[in-house]
Design a protein around this ligand. Structure first.
Ligand SMILES: [Zn+2]
Length: 439
């Protein structure tokens, strides 16, 4: 029996009946060319058939002509920390109450969907926040992306445990590591994340050495895989990468120095292990804002100079590793590591050497595979869930359109239209955008 993902169990209700999406340009996520004149039959939230716009509307289906817009799989961001960011309050203003952050997380999740991101993997958040939000979505409080969580990140006792609040479960020794894994499964994790090295985002952690013993990492990997879960390894320095790859980690997060070790990339390609390059995380730490490429960018770093310098180095190294991984045949999944950075990460992946098709596949099919959801999402193929995105224009020729909310025309989740410009009142024109579903 297939692994039961809490994220799938918590899915909101699917659309009922049949919907014929026609007049589409189709980017199906498999990496093939965009096809004009396509149509897709959605039935009870599933893609029933990929057909041709010249066909008549199937019996009993609502017809939606998408007007030659591009129909593509909803985007997946395989590395996020969606947590709801509280605004800074002025001195003397009331401080945030304990439950306020959850409302900001809800706002973040709605915004992911509005931007065409239909699945996110939360690779570390505070406490039970992702599970709570997921439950609220399951029971209809609001719509957001399908959400996978690691629960808490498993780390050796380390400075990060002090820096990142309730995001870490510190553990020491193989038995405690094993127990830490079991606690995350108990708490509703979809996958397990382990820190094989320290993090570049705090000045007290050294991201170079392997910070677990061999027996600690083996205990984690054994427990995770025996129970049928996926292992995500935070790995910066090469010793951490090497140990993560040898222990069978399913995704390697960051891995920015891997281009220096072709043997490790070869092992990843052979084992089907996925690299998540997280370029936008380095941009953020370097204070580069929304820049694409470093030259001429305005800087507003929020980190100490030593971490900003490291971020610059990591960006250069991480981009080289992404290219080397691609050349070595390693699967690459998109993970932005920042809030609402999915479209920007696509453009940065392209700027740093991927083709638009490679970047879009990383954001759809390969990201789905990295989450072990390749049978359910990531491509437009018969039998998959109808998590779909319809955009104005061609995202291969003009990838920047994915960052323009005005051109995110419609987002469907399990066949239900849930977000996009087509659903919003256009006050300027004085009329609503109605989905005229004439049969
Ligand atoms: Zn991260």
């Amino acid at each position: 029996m297939a692994h039961r993902f809490p994220a799938l169990i918590a899915a909101p209700p699917a659309a009922q009946g049949r919907l014929w999406l026609t007049g589409a340009r189709l980017f199906d996520g498999t990496g093939g060319a965009v096809r004009d004149g396509a149509a897709v039959l959605v039935e009870d939230g599933l893609i029933r058939r990929v057909g041709d716009a010249s066909e008549p509307c199937p019996d009993g289906a609502r017809l939606l002509d998408v007007g030659q817009r591009t129909l593509m799989p909803g985007l997946t961001d395989a590395h996020t920390h969606a947590a709801g960011r509280l605004p800074e309050t002025l001195r003397g203003a009331e401080q945030a109450l304990p439950g306020t952050r959850a409302h900001f997380l809800q706002a973040d999740l709605r915004e992911y969907l509005r931007r065409g991101v239909t699945t996110i993997r939360v690779t570390g958040s505070q406490g039970l926040a992702p599970q709570e939000a997921r439950q609220a979505m399951r029971y209809g409080a609001f719509r957001g992306p399908r959400l996978l969580t690691c629960g808490k990140i498993i780390s050796a006792t380390a400075p990060g445990g002090r820096f990142y609040g309730d995001m870490y479960r510190e553990a020491d020794g193989p038995d405690d590591m094993r127990r830490a894994v079991r606690e995350q499964i108990r708490a509703g994790a979809d996958f397990i994340k382990v820190m094989t090295t320290g993090a570049r985002s705090n000045e007290l952690e050294d991201p170079d050495p392997l910070q677990l013993t061999g027996s600690e990492l083996s205990a984690v990997a054994d427990e995770v895989h025996r129970m049928g879960f996926m292992l995500s390894a935070h790995a910066e320095g090469l010793a951490g990468c090497e140990a993560a790859i040898a222990s069978g980690a399913d995704t390697v997060e960051h891995g920015m120095f891997l281009h220096q070790r072709p043997d490790l990339l070869e092992a990843m390609a052979a084992g089907g292990q996925v690299l998540v390059p997280t370029l936008s995380g380095y941009y953020w730490m370097a204070g580069l804002g929304d820049a694409i490429g470093e030259s001429g960018a305005q800087r507003a770093p929020e980190m100490p100079p030593v971490l900003v310098q490291l971020a610059d180095h990591n960006l250069e190294q991480g981009a080289a590793s992404m290219r080397a991984a691609r050349d070595a045949g390693v699967k690459i999944a998109l993970g932005s590591d920042v809030n609402h950075g999915t479209a920007l990460e696509i453009r940065r992946m392209i700027h740093h050497g991927l083709t638009p098709a490679q970047a879009l596949v990383a954001a759809t099919r390969t990201a789905a595979e990295a989450l072990a959801l390749g049978d359910h999402i990531g491509t437009i193929e018969e039998g998959k869930l109808a998590d779909l995105l319809i955009v104005d224009g061609d995202p291969l020729g003009e990838p920047e359109l994915l960052g323009d909310k005005h051109r995110i025309w419609l987002v469907l989740q399990l066949g239900v239209p849930v977000a996009g410009r087509a659903l919003e009142q256009d006050a300027a024109e004085g009329r609503p955008w109605v989905l005229s579903a004439s049969g």
